[in-house]
Design a protein around this ligand. Sequence first.
Ligand code: PLP
Length: 390
Amino acid sequence: MKKLSKKTRHLKEALTLKINEKAYQLKREGKRVFFFSIGEPDFHTPGFIKEKGIEAINENFTKYAPAAGISPLREEISKDIKKRLGIYYQPEEIVVTVGGKFAISAAILAICDKDDEIIIPAPFFPSYLEMVYLAQGIPKIIKLKERDGFILKPEDLEKVITKKTKGLILNSPHNPTGVVYSRDDLYKIAKIALKKDIFIISDEVYSQLLFDGLEHISIASFKETFNRTFLIDSFSKTYCMTGWRIGYCAAPKNLSEKVAAIQSHMNSSTSSISQYAALYALKMERGLINEMVSSFEERRNVMVEELKKIPNITFINPKGAFYIFLNVKNYLKGNKTSYDLSYYLLELKNVATIPGSAFGYENFIRLSFAISKEDIIEGVQKLKEGLFVF
Ligand code: PLP
């Protein structure tokens, strides 16, 4: 038999999903598992949104939708972006996609020819790397430093840009570190993107999960970068709609029309039912979102206090999303890796974490605090015990 394609030969299912599966298996076996591995809010989709989904089905709103999304939703997203971020996109410049993930993938496909370089700061959301490989591009990794607060420094960015560089994938609030870029951090990057003529794929799927009164800033808000940015957001985290598979890309027409065209051939559109429900999600009172964010902030505080009790680890206090990226270097003796540690913690202590290697960054593990406070307190205690005997 002939061989499968070179570009998929190394490809495997995301490690994050695999670890969660294993954790659920332990739970099914009756074990008390601490799900620090979780990558989604532990809240259900709000009832009002669920009812709208059911209404869509009952009203037979169940046919193919336009490739770029239904018009009322694109109009509502346009208004929402203007209100939240002060950036105006015409509704025609919004493409509703199969989650934020497909928007990122389509944006990469839209800019990347074979052997073009796409810059990815590490640690990174694991799928970025595979998306670039699938587009036959070359990922150029910039290793961010914990001592720089895991913020991409403009001089480091400028250094790696070559004639073959097409774009940069930026993510704020950031998975896995919870770091949030300030206006100043973003503006410095924007100036380089303009000077060096590169595109920006700005992954903002955690834009509304911010703590300590911070406001979300998009790199698309600068005149230097508006024309060259694919702004990507999602209903997954903000509205607890991870399984509905709905996100969007906002970008000037010449960029967004390519995302829409790619989606039309690969998915036709995202689910019409999800689009109908998402339209009402945007019209929803913000109360529920604010409550969820406060709850994450409280849990962040609990987690930080508990982690402070473990000696010889370091971490940055997250300002957004719901993750802490823990430096466990001092516990990795000999050739031990973050994967070995994660595996051990899950098997022996029923503590599910994601190894830093999944994010292209060794010596760290990612902990999610989208679990109950009781689980955080008990789970961190188990983690501590696990670290001590590893
Ligand atoms: N980008 C980041 C940084 C994420 O963490 C995730 C999901 O975990 C996504 C994108 C994908 O989100 P969606 O469910 O909208 O596809």
